[in-house]
Design a protein around this ligand. Structure first.
Ligand SMILES: [Zn+2]
Ligand SMILES: [Zn+2]
Length: 534
């Protein structure tokens, strides 16, 4: 039976509007069109889940394509500038290279033609180059002469064919090791050493963001400028498409660690470092999206792998995939059921990723989410092992417009010497966070802000009376202020005004710096006050 190109058929089948897209049906197609996978699955019962992975991943891609199509047909739906592939495809073009990769991995390897395996690195580099050429054209309008080699029906097809190669390696480690051996170090370099090509726009956005974060004087306009560059970078899918292959391959290296050879151990070590870096970096997560999350499943599924991955610094990735990915239900189950050992051996940097993702979750779903067992367990385990350090570190990242949960928790524990031994202790404290009056929350915000943020937020915090004379005076002082120059007396005055504001006793919603301000504002506040009383 001749080999049938799996992704093309499956992509066509699931794109058909009449196709009933339940998992079982897709699995059946997978069995029929990829007999060698089926044979391997029958040989080893534990590989059966691979069909589900392939099917679900294709399904994901299809949803992405449909979403992109409904918002104007961008992203993975676009065909190449050289038009649909001809028969035979353009020499040394994208489809030519992908077809060859497929043939080498599937047919030549079977036929024992090991010499042809040595051609893989050059082909993969060519594919990566053509993606770069294409997206430099899409994002930056750059006209490279190699655009004539960009022939494909849809980028989804390119991604799926790369994914197939990655899964082939993962499914059959012997094939993978043979390819590595035949490449004379070239594949190791390609998969494990070459820097991920995230594109010039993403790189610039990355640099800007780092600059903004490192500068204590940075302002909102700086953040907005960084955001604009990042929006442009979203159109560059080079790294995203490559990650359909790279994610599977990194996981394949990690799964294949215990073969006893020093090569396997070295590859697994490098792959682990790389996977942790990619899955916990905010920028790279954004760039690679769900393609990476989905590739991580074997690690999330296997408790011993998850513990190793966590000890290497990757725990935050799982929290991130729970916060924001199409795999969030799976991640929720895993977070509720993971071994406590994942919390051992954490560094401040890896805990910072965990707390960052918890903050994002509270920000997007509201403070009530912090009562769920995943939060309570995370608080309990972090505090038990690392005391308040991760809480303090997280509090420093809480802005004027984000929740102040870590600041609140660490402040209360320290101030009131709370024991925090059991889940119930944490649940009780978190409940006081959720239930605290608005004006109290404002005071916590104010106390946690940097000086420049306080100057920025004169209108949002402190005394709520529009006619407040002290606010007027502070506005005037703000005009005079020179960025970066510290003025102790003026800043103490600002601090006092915002920190000492007292809440309206009736509603707890607004706060005033003096009784005079409260009286002056009463006419305006009265209707709001009646509404906000509980
Ligand atoms: Zn006032
Ligand atoms: Zn009131």
């Amino acid at each position: 039976m001749p080999p049938v190109p799996f992704p093309r058929e499956l992509a066509q089948a699931i794109s058909d509007p009449n196709f009933k897209r339940d998992l079982q049906a897709v699995i059946e197609i997978g069995k029929n069109i990829w007999p060698e996978v089926d044979a391997a699955a029958r040989k080893k019962g534990d590989k059966g889940h691979l069909y589900a992975r392939i099917a679900e991943r294709c399904h994901l891609a299809l949803m992405g394509v449909k979403m992109a199509a409904s918002t104007g047909g961008s992203g993975l739906t676009k065909s190449g500038p050289a038009g649909p592939p001809q028969n035979p495809p353009v020499m040394h073009g994208m489809m030519y290279c992908l077809d060859l990769v497929e043939k080498i991995i599937r047919t030549d390897f079977r036929a024992g033609d090991m010499a042809r395996l040595a051609k893989l690195p050059a082909l993969l580099k060519r594919i990566r180059h053509l993606l770069r050429v294409y997206y430099d054209f899409v994002v930056g309008g750059r006209q490279h002469s190699d655009l004539i080699f960009c022939d494909w029906d849809s980028m989804l097809l390119v991604a799926l064919m790369l994914h197939q190669a990655g899964l082939c390696f993962q499914l059959e480690p012997s094939r993978f090791r043979a390819a590595m051996a035949a490449s004379n170090g070239e594949l190791e370099k390609f998969f494990l050493d070459d820097e991920l090509d995230i594109g010039l726009f993403r790189q610039t956005a990355f640099e800007l963001e780092r600059y903004v974060e490192a500068d204590p004087e940075s302002e909102d306009t700086d953040r907005m400028a960084a955001g604009d560059v990042e929006d442009a970078a979203d159109d560059d899918l080079t790294a995203h498409v490559m990650s359909w292959l790279l994610g599977d391959v990194l996981v394949a290296f990690i799964m294949d660690e215990n073969t006893g050879s020093s090569d396997s151990r070295r590859w697994a070590g490098k792959a682990m470092t790389r996977l942790v870096e990619w899955s916990t970096s905010k920028t790279i997560r954004t760039t690679l999206g769900d393609a990476l999350t989905d590739a991580m499943r074997p690690i999330y599924w296997t408790p011993s792998l998850l513990v190793r991955f966590s000890h290497a610094g990757g725990l935050g990735a799982l929290f991130g995939d729970w916060t924001n990915s199409t795999c969030r239900n799976m991640c929720e189950d895993i977070l509720n059921d993971m071994p406590e050992a994942v919390w051992d051996n954490q560094t401040p940097a890896s805990l910072a990723v965990v707390t960052r993702e918890l903050q994002t979750k509270v920000n997007s779903e509201g403070s009530v989410i912090a009562k769920c067992p995943i939060f309570i367990n995370a608080f309990l385990n972090m505090y038990r092992r690392y005391s308040l350090a991760p809480f303090h570190a997280a509090a420093r990242l809480e802005n004027f417009d984000s929740p102040v949960i870590f600041y609140y928790l660490s402040h209360r524990i320290k101030q009131d010497s709370l024991p925090m031994i059991s889940s119930q202790d944490w649940l009780d404290l978190v409940t006081t966070y959720i239930d605290m009056p608005h004006s109290t929350e404002r005071r916590y915000h104010w106390a946690n802000m940097t000086v420049s943020a306080r100057w920025d937020c004169l209108e949002l915090y402190g005394c709520c009376a529009e006619a407040c004379p002290e606010k007027r005076e502070l506005r005037r002082l703000r005009e005079r202020r020179v960025r970066g120059v510290r003025e102790g007396a003026v800043e103490a005055r600002l601090d006092r005004w915002g920190g000492k504001a007292k809440a309206c006793k009736a509603c707890g919603w607004v706060a005033y710096c003096s009784e005079a301000c409260q009286r002056a504002d009463w006419k305006k506040h009265k209707p709001e006050c009646l509404m906000k009383r509980r």
